[in-house]
Design a protein around this ligand. Structure first.
Ligand SMILES: Nc1ncnc2c1ncn2[C@@H]1O[C@H](COP(=O)(O)OP(=O)(O)OP(=O)(O)O)[C@@H](O)[C@H]1O
Length: 543
């Protein structure tokens, strides 16, 4: 069971201790049953009373200790799983994550990790139950080896039958989990496409009836089937148990008269066993469901690991005085499985000089944002090379290289926490920029934390610009930054803000469709269908 591995991986010492104390507790419980049997069949003596009291206390202490250890272990393993998975996602290549898609990542991070943590919670109880069952079986063997063999033979037939039913449950849970990925995509459509759905009743009804309801119904059906099979296996287990009692009560005394004396003890012990055995059978479907989730997380984890970037802690300072950033024959191809055609950007040969203001222009879908991801090191070129002066950018220094860039992509994410090299002056700098960006009435800054990000699109983009300003890196990249700005602020951006950055010695790459500001660039690179159509230096000083 993979979930047990999860616990052992969290700490094998605690796991071993928990197992040992759990076994002791189980054996004590079984021994207590044996004592009860003795006390019923003989007279209750002083020594039996002392043993009974001692065993009860030992069963309580070892049982509690085992559960405490397992509770710690269980919670630690869920904690580690959450962190490990998040780290793996952070270490994966951007392209790989784009292909997996946010819905699948989100489903794994929330639903699967939750399913695992819910099941891990019942494992401590399951372990104690298993120990009790084990101890009782040993006692039964000691009472009469023949009856024990009959019980074991019965179990050898009964357990695979129950297991068979559980396998069906397991299969349906797997299908339900796969369908839930699809369902999560529809849930995202509800949250992200709320406006469009509200405004278009036919779209809303079609989406609801043909996408969401279909997916939810499939998931419901799979879950129903899964839990019905699980119920059948649990009920079947109980039925088989009573069948066993019947055989012991009515069949065994006929065949083996010598066992008559131990049968009351047998029946008492087996009846005591029913509780823990029932619990185990009931909890097995939970384990199956957690196993599906673990497989899902592992599969995702493995996939992520396959594409994990070389983890490098950036110790080398980012260069401030570089001269040239060179792309030589750089190519990126989008190879989405299922897509009938590929899109290729490149081969791109391009040299960007330090301090240049470069506009990257071209029609929609010409590859501007892809080129930006290649230049910033977010995409690894599938062929060709990027060099910063003499240094080729490879897997081991790509993380270092990325620290050169401050970006505001078209699909930027705005963090409420600001980061700056100078933490002591961060608030003062941020307030100055808030004034410059005409946001001081809307947002305040305290200890590097923005008071709100709930603003208009254009205002949020200004906050993203503020965040980039504070990072104070060598190269700035703006992907259609001005698209959401009013004409006045658009003008301010092109004529003042870019000029100030240039005066501060920054290299600036601006992806833009605003052709009436193109004359302000030092250089214009035009892309067409993934190729560089032109690279034009503009004469004269515009600033
Ligand atoms: N995540 C993606 N998955 C698959 N293909 C993609 C992806 N992003 C871009 N593409 C492909 O690359 C092409 C260029 O996209 P890109 O975003 O680089 O263009 P762009 O010039 O920035 O366009 P726009 O001006 O519309 O922002 C697209 O037409 C599409 O075929």
């Amino acid at each position: 069971m993979q979930i047990i591995w999860l616990l052992i991986k969290a700490s094998w010492i605690s796991a071993t201790l928990a197992i040992l104390t759990g076994i002791t507790s189980g054996v004590c419980s079984a021994r207590l049953i044996a004592l009860v049997n003795s006390a019923i069949s003989q007279n209750a003596t002083q020594s039996l009373l002392i043993s009974f009291a001692g065993l009860s206390i030992l069963a309580f202490v070892t049982g509690s200790l085992s559960q405490f250890l397992l509770v710690d272990l269980a919670q630690n393993s869920v904690y580690q799983l959450r962190l490990r998975l998040s780290q793996r996602i952070l270490a994966s290549s951007l392209r790989q994550l784009e292909q997996l898609g946010p819905s699948r990542l989100f489903a794994v991070l929330t639903q699967d990790v939750q399913a695992i943590s819910n099941t891990v919670f019942v494992i401590p109880f399951l372990c104690i139950d298993l120990a009790v069952v084990g101890g009782c079986l040993i006692y039964l063997g000691w009472l009469s080896i023949w009856v024990f063999l009959i019980v074991v033979a019965f179990m050898v037939v009964a357990i695979p039958l129950v297991q068979l039913l559980l396998n069906f449950a397991y299969r349906y849970l797997n299908l339900a989990r796969q369908e839930d990925d699809q369902l999560f995509t529809h849930f995202r459509s509800i949250t992200d496409g709320l406006k469009e759905l509200k405004l278009h009743s036919v779209r809303r009804q079609t989406f609801f009836a043909e996408d969401l309801s279909v997916s939810a119904a499939k998931s419901r059906q799979y879950q129903k089937n899964a839990f019905k099979f699980a119920a059948l296996s649990s009920g079947g287990g109980q039925f088989l148990f009573f069948l066993l009692l019947g055989v012991l009560l009515f069949g065994v005394p006929e065949a083996l008269p010598s066992t008559q004396a131990v049968l009351p003890a047998y029946i008492l012990t087996l009846s005591y066993l029913m509780g823990p055995l029932g619990n185990i059978i009931q909890r097995l479907p939970n384990l199956a469901s957690a196993n599906v989730s673990i497989q899902k997380v592992n599969r995702m984890g493995l996939k992520l690991a396959e594409h994990a970037e070389v983890e490098t802690v950036v110790t080398k300072p980012t260069p401030k005085d570089w001269n040239q950033l060179k792309l030589a024959g750089v190519v990126h191809t989008y190879q989405d499985p299922g897509a009938d055609h590929q899109f290729r950007v490149g081969p791109i040969d391009l040299t960007i000089n330090s301090g240049e203001l470069v506009f990257i222009v071209g029609g929609n879908g010409s590859g501007k944002s892809t080129l930006a991801k290649l230049i910033t090191g977010l995409y690894t070129p599938e062929s060709g090379e990027i060099r910063l002066d003499a240094e080729p950018i490879v897997d081991t220094n790509r993380e270092w290289y990325r620290q050169l860039f401050s970006t505001v992509f078209a699909d930027y994410y705005l963090f409420e926490r600001l980061i700056s090299e100078e933490f002591s002056t961060l608030d003062a700098q941020a307030r100055a920029y808030l004034r410059k960006l005409e946001l001081e009435q809307k947002v305040t800054v305290q200890d590097g934390q923005l008071s709100t990000t709930g603003l208009s699109q254009g205002q949020r983009k200004r906050l993203a610009l503020l965040s980039a300003y504070l990072e104070n890196r060598s190269i700035y990249l703006f992907d259609e930054w001005a698209a959401d700005q009013d004409p006045i602020f658009r003008e301010i951006f092109y004529t003042q803000l870019l000029a100030e950055l240039k005066q501060r010695g920054k290299t600036i790459l601006v992806i833009s469709h605003d052709d009436h500001f193109f004359h302000l660039a030092d250089r214009i690179i035009k892309l067409d269908y993934g190729r560089m159509e032109s690279d034009e230096y503009l004469a004269g000083e515009q600033w």
